[in-house]
Design a protein around this ligand. Structure first.
Ligand SMILES: *[C@@H]1O[C@H](CO)[C@@H](O)[C@H](O)[C@H]1NC(C)=O
Length: 264
């Protein structure tokens, strides 16, 4: 999905046809979890406090999200410990990013390598509202049919409609790459760096505004909400960045950051 249209859709809620087509990543068919029970999720916002994307804390200084959520380091703010975006709960921690590391081979046309690391300026404070998500090992695979949890502050209906202010979550089964890449579905657009999840009957999915947020399987962030066709369509499952394909890149990027600092 193209970044400028994503930003336009979310910021101005434009309901033009081309925008509706793209403006499709919030949790559809899900429910509101117990407040603050999903502690690793963050809201990625503009400095004007407009929610744009989800992300996950992987340690006190780093957030993982999708590369298509890259609006520029000076326009971005990270909110941890959030539940309702509109009500101040006293649990929120707002932190500015210091540096963004979009994957160097991210391709906005094919959405391949849709992953980005965000280095925070200050550490988040870990408490009963904020915790860290675990990542899968390099190359780890997740079985087809395994139920995974996706969460976010995205649209709750395929045609946009109301933007819910509280976090939503839904469980979805992993769909085989073969099925997802078939002519009856995404017809060849699925790469090895992507995962698909959704019910064959549709009805439950991530949607616009959930982008970059976590798909958690077996307690680890196996997927990042990346793209799709509409939301909750039976023919088209949601497509996620396959985090296990990037574990080495994640570790190397963080390690290089600190090695470089040492030499400064
Ligand atoms: C999806 O299909 C395309 C076209 O047939 C193919 O080039 C690509 O390798 C497939 N993806 C995977 C992950 O097998």
């Amino acid at each position: 999905m193209d970044l400028s249209s994503l930003v336009l859709c979310v910021l101005f809620e434009v309901l033009a046809v081309n925008c509706q087509e793209e403006a499709q990543e919030r949790i559809v068919g899900g429910y509101a979890p117990v407040p603050h029970s999903i502690k690793y999720i963050v809201s990625i916002q503009t400095t004007q406090r407009q929610h744009l994307c989800g992300g996950s804390l992987i340690n006190k200084y780093w957030v993982i999200t999708a590369a298509h959520c890259n609006i520029g380091v000076n326009k971005m703010m990270i909110v941890a410990g959030d539940y309702s975006l509109t009500i101040y709960e006293g649990t929120e921690q707002e932190i500015l990013p210091q540096l963004l590391f979009p994957h160097p081979e991210y391709n906005p046309t094919t959405t391949n390598n849709d992953i980005m690391l965000v280095k925070l300026r200050a550490p988040v404070y870990l408490n009963s509202y904020v915790s860290i998500a675990l990542l899968p090992r390099q190359g780890a695979s997740i079985a087809v049919g395994r139920l995974c949890r996706v969460s976010g502050w995205g649209y709750t209906s395929p045609n946009g409609g109301q933007i819910p202010s509280t976090l939503r979550t839904v469980m979805l089964p992993i769909v085989s790459t073969q099925q997802c890449n078939s002519s009856g579905s995404f017809g060849g657009s699925i790469t090895e760096n992507m995962l698909c999840a959704g019910f064959s009957t549709g009805g439950k999915d991530a949607c616009q505004g959930d982008s970059g947020g976590p798909l958690v399987c077996e307690g680890r962030v196996y997927g990042l909400v990346s793209w799709g066709r509409g939301c909750a369509d039976a023919q088209f499952p949601g497509v996620y960045t396959a985090v296990s394909k990037f574990r080495r890149w994640i570790d190397n990027t963080i390690f290089s950051y600190y090695s470089r600092c040492k030499n400064d």
